[in-house]
Design a protein around this ligand. Sequence first.
Ligand code: HEC
Length: 137
Amino acid sequence: MKNKQTSLIFTIVILFLVYACGSKKEATNTEDYGTPKDEAAPITAVDAITQGESLVKASDCKTCHHVINKIIGPSHTDVAKKYDFTKANVELLAGKIIAGGSGVWGEIPMAAHADITQADAEKMARYVLSLDGEREH
Ligand code: HEC
């Protein structure tokens, strides 16, 4: 009888330990996935896109570009679909926003924007590239 009780207590202790270790492991995993560093990156990216949207809306882009419809230039959503949302394409399109150019979408030229800084042009490009729902990768 005593022996049975001891093994019952022993089993309970073991179960408790397994449970305790199990939850400790879970807690460690949560920490791994939720470090502040991991969370900081998307927020910064979202900020750049939001600022880019304001810059595009404050500039003359809307004379030639609509979000969904082609006007004089391609719709910004079509631009987003054509290009992958990568750092290289952000730089490529920022260069095009500043220098202007033609021949990618047709013969109508894109006006140059020499007064827009590289940093602002990259935010604008990030906003445009985000329009198809893609995230920078
Ligand atoms: C005078 C009209 C005009 C204005 C103003 C204009 N665009 Fe454009 N944009 C165009 C045309 C036309 C094209 C297509 C050029 C081509 O075929 O290479 C274009 C192309 C683009 C592209 C795609 C470039 C490529 O190589 O695929 C982006 C991005 C873009 N414009 C962003 C902007 C932004 C941001 C602004 C505002 C700062 C702006 N555009 C202002 C006419 C304009």
